[in-house]
Structure formats: structure tokens, C-alpha cells
Design a protein around this ligand. Structure first.
Ligand code: UDP
Length: 459
């Protein structure tokens, strides 16, 4: 009898990548495939500490030591320098028949594709982002050729014309944050150029989106990738498919979740609460932290804010919060270290999400039908916030400012003045997201096709 298909899944070692890729791993195991999920030692330890989820018996973990770095910039350098030889060693040391395929993060493509080519193992890239972002990163070189990057502070509002399908939508300030680096030889900028280019050598592309959200850009990506699987929202696919033992929402969390905020939400009026989270990486100066706090308090709505222990920059961590602000926060707010975000967004008391526009947060908010106030900072977040506000009309974009009066205005716009209009498109897109994961829906079908293609390894 043939051995069952065995897939190696290789995420970039950060929260926003580990979570969707682990969810995909669970879905593949549920379909009878064997999966080895490759973590760094550090993330493996954190996953075990933070997540109570029972794992499918076909899911194994392997770890690559020595790649972890405490800050994200150093992590990119570490992946560039250390990852490929260690990944090759791991594949060789596994013994037995070679894996059926590698599903590699799109920003781990260089090492994964090269090791895959050396050893004759097909590689599928999973860019854990929107189609619009993947398409934008694929145009970095074109943006340079056309003189649209680098740009300066004065030209931030000029339109972008060199990304087909997204003209008339993006300004320079809406490009991924690496486009703000003036020096195009900068190693981080070059990291993304090289990883994106290597990604085009993969056999196929997986995207964490759904067909109806981004059909025109998915079609354009089809000119580069003959096979594309849009399989988002993954957490909803998992829930829809595994009904007998639903995965807890901390399944891919690298930080322990504080569930006490769910009890606080139970005591709030329906759709009244602004949920605030800037994801796992974004940091604030103390000044920005105070502007947000004033803006939220003055906005007049109850708020639940995820204040990670490292949210405020270390050099700024002196406690000088004015007393009147502390009192107002205690009256109206709830602060937690890390929340069960999917459950928070699905809670009936939550009416809006002040977010950094990380892609997982965006997809989770779309699914829950919660409109957003977007404050993007790094990576693809600028792209996501522009799409949320101007393309999908499911939020407002406060890009590049966070003074207290703007925060207050955005809260009032989202929760009152512009709510009716924004809620129409939010409810419509949420319905499309939910439909996509049902049997016969586009994401459900794309996942089935991915599983069949892996079983037969035809692309
Ligand atoms: N998240 C969470 N609890 C929190 C904040 C975030 O579980 O208090 C999860 C969230 O549900 C999402 C992920 O962390 O799946 C963050 O990913 P995203 O792409 O939004 O942002 P990143 O952390 O990569 O900047």
C-alpha cells in the first residue's frame, strides 16, 4: 500500500504567519494527510504554553533551532542567513520517503524553493495575505522602474499607476511599509524583492482570501501562477469542517489569551464596544498611547484594548498617565494583555474594531461583520487599510495620524455618523465570507482541490 501523502508546512516564524498555516495544517490532517509543521524552537515552546488545543494525530511538529530573534528586523536577517542550510538538514535528517510536497510561506520562498528543487519535492507557496497585497509586492521592481518608489513625504498622496487593477486606488502612502525605505539597496527591501521573485517559481499559490472579495486581482495573479487556491477565512473553514470537536480559538496563539474580557463584554450594551488591538508586532510611543487613550475616552464608547506587555516602546515605558485619564479608563475601558480575538469579534457587544490592519485581523473582522478603524503601521497593513476603506468600504482609514481628535472623530464616524452606510457593505461582505466556507462555497472548493492535487500531485 502507498504511504499517505506527507506535507511539510513551513511558516515564517511570527504570529500572523504561524496561525493561518497551523489552521491549514489541521485542515489537511482532517482530510487524511500527514503534516509536519516546522516551527522555530522558540515558537514551538510558546505554542505549547499558550494553546490548549488538542492536535490531530496526523500532525507532527519539527523545529529548526537558532533562527529566532527577539525583534522582527533581526528575524528577517536570521531567516536570510540561517534558514536554508538548517531547513535542508532537517529535510535530509527526516529519513524515509521524501515528503509529497512543501507548503512554504511566501516570504520563506528562497530557501524552500531551492531545497525543493534540489531534492525534487514540489513547493506550493502560501502568501498569508490578501491577493491585492501579493499583487503589489510582485510589482516592487516595476514601481522602481516607473519612478513611483522611492518617494518623499511631499509625494505621499500622488497616485500609483504602475500596478494594473489597482490604479485609481492606491496613493504612495498606501504601498507596503518597505516602500517607505528611501534606500532601495536596504537589506529588508531586498529581502522582499528576492522572496517574492522566488515565490513565482512555486508550483502553485495559496492565498488567505476568498474569491468574491478579490476576484479581479486573483484573476490577474493567474497570469503568474497557473494554480491559485483562495482558501480564507481559514478559521471559519476549520469550524465549518470540524464540527465534532471544534478547535478552541487559542489554537495558533503564541501568547496566552486572557478570557476574562469576555465576561466584561457580557456586561456591555449590544454593539457598543470598540475593540482595540494592534496585533503582535506593532509598537507605540508613549505619546501615541496617550493620544489613543484620550481619543477613545472622548469618543464616548466603552472600549476593550489589548495592551501587550511590549506594546509601548521600552524606552518610553514610564507610567505618567494623567489621573483623570486613568479614572475615565477604569469607568469605560477594559485592558488585557492578549485577548481571544476571534471570540471577541464574534461577541454581540462589539460594534467596531480599531485595528492595525494586520491581514488575519482584517479577515477575522470581515467574517464577524465588524467594521474597522484602520491605523496601519508595517508590512502589508497600509495596503489592507486602503482596501478596507476605499475598495470594500468596511471601515475608515486613519493612516499616518493618531492625534486624539482624529481618534475621537473616527470612533464617532464608525459607531454613529457613518455607521449605517458602512454597515451595509460590512454585512454584505461578511455574508460572502461565510458563504465561501460552506460546502460548495469558493474557499471550501479551493481547499478540496488543494487536497486532491496534493494527493495526486498534479499542477
Ligand atoms: N490575536 C489574538 N489576541 C489578541 C490580538 C491578536 O489572538 O489579543 C491574534 C489575531 O486573532 C490574529 C493574530 O493574532 O489572528 C494577529 O495577526 P495579524 O495578521 O492581524 O497581525 P500581526 O500580529 O501579524 O501584526
Amino acid at each position: 500500500m502507498d504511504a499517505p501523502p506527507h506535507v511539510l508546512i513551513l511558516p515564517f516564524p511570527a504570529q500572523g504567519h504561524v496561525k493561518p498555516m497551523l489552521t491549514l495544517a489541521e485542515l489537511l490532517c482532517h482530510a487524511g494527510l500527514h503534516v509536519t509543521f516546522i516551527n522555530t524552537d522558540h515558537n514551538h515552546h510558546n505554542l505549547r504554553r499558550s494553546s490548549s488545543a488538542p492536535r490531530p494525530h496526523r500532525l507532527r511538529f519539527a523545529s529548526i533551532p537558532g533562527v529566532h530573534r527577539p525583534n522582527i528586523t533581526d528575524l528577517f536577517f536570521s531567516v536570510m542567513d540561517n534558514f536554508k542550510p538548517k531547513f535542508r538538514d532537517l529535510v535530509v535528517s527526516m529519513g524515509g520517503p521524501p515528503p509529497t510536497c512543501i507548503i512554504a510561506d511566501g516570504i520563506m520562498a528562497v530557501g524552500a524553493v531551492e531545497v525543493g528543487e534540489e531534492r525534487g519535492i514540489p513547493v506550493i507557496c502560501f502568501r498569508t495575505q490578501s491577493a491585492c497585497s501579493a499583487w503589489t509586492y510582485l510589482h516592487l521592481t516595476k514601481l522602481i522602474e516607473d519612478g513611483e518608489i522611492p518617494f518623499s513625504g511631499e509625494t505621499m498622496d500622488l497616485p500609483i499607476t504602475s500596478i494594473p487593477g489597482l490604479e485609481n486606488l492606491f496613493r504612495r502612502r498606501d504601498l507596503p511599509s518597505i516602500c517607505r525605505i528611501g534606500d532601495l539597496q536596504n537589506p529588508i527591501f531586498q529581502f522582499f524583492v528576492t522572496q517574492t521573485s522566488a515565490m513565482t517559481r512555486a508550483s502553485a499559490l495559496i492565498l488567505h482570501t476568498f474569491q468574491n472579495l478579490e476576484a479581479p486581482i486573483i484573476a490577474k495573479l493567474g497570469a503568474i501562477f497557473p494554480t491559485i487556491y483562495p482558501i480564507g477565512p481559514l478559521h471559519a473553514l476549520l469550524k465549518a469542517q470540524i464540527t465534532d470537536h471544534p478547535a478552541p480559538s487559542d489554537s495558533g496563539s503564541l501568547i496566552p489569551q486572557d478570557r476574562s474580557c469576555l465576561t466584561w463584554l457580557d456586561s456591555q450594551p449590544s454593539r457598543s464596544v470598540v475593540y482595540v488591538s494592534f496585533g503582535s508586532l506593532v509598537k507605540l510611543t508613549r505619546g501615541q498611547f496617550l493620544e489613543f487613550l484620550y481619543g477613545l475616552v472622548n469618543g464616548g464608547k466603552p472600549f476593550l484594548w489589548v495592551v501587550r506587555s511590549d506594546l509601548v516602546l521600552e524606552e518610553d515605558r514610564v507610567d505618567e498617565t494623567p489621573e483623570e485619564l486613568m479614572v475615565a479608563t477604569r469607568e469605560r475601558g477594559c485592558l488585557v494583555d492578549w485577548a481571544p480575538q476571534e471570540e471577541v469579534l464574534a461577541h454581540w457587544a462589539v460594534g467596531g474594531f480599531l485595528t492595525h490592519s494586520g491581514w488575519n485581523s482584517t479577515v477575522e473582522s470581515i467574517l464577524a461583520g465588524v467594521p474597522m478603524i484602520c491605523w496601519p503601521q508595517i508590512a502589508d497593513q497600509q495596503v489592507n487599510s486602503r482596501c478596507a476603506s476605499e475598495l470594500w468600504r468596511i471601515g475608515v482609514d486613519m493612516k499616518d495620524t493618531c492625534d486624539r481628535s482624529t481618534v475621537e472623530k473616527m470612533v464617532r464616524d464608525l459607531m454613529e455618523d457613518k455607521r449605517e452606510e458602512i454597515m451595509k457593505s460590512t454585512a454584505e461582505i461578511s455574508r460572502m465570507a461565510r458563504d465561501s466556507v460552506e460546502k460548495g462555497g469558493s474557499s471550501h472548493s479551493a481547499l478540496e482541490k488543494l487536497i486532491e492535487d496534493i494527493k495526486s500531485m498534479k499542477f
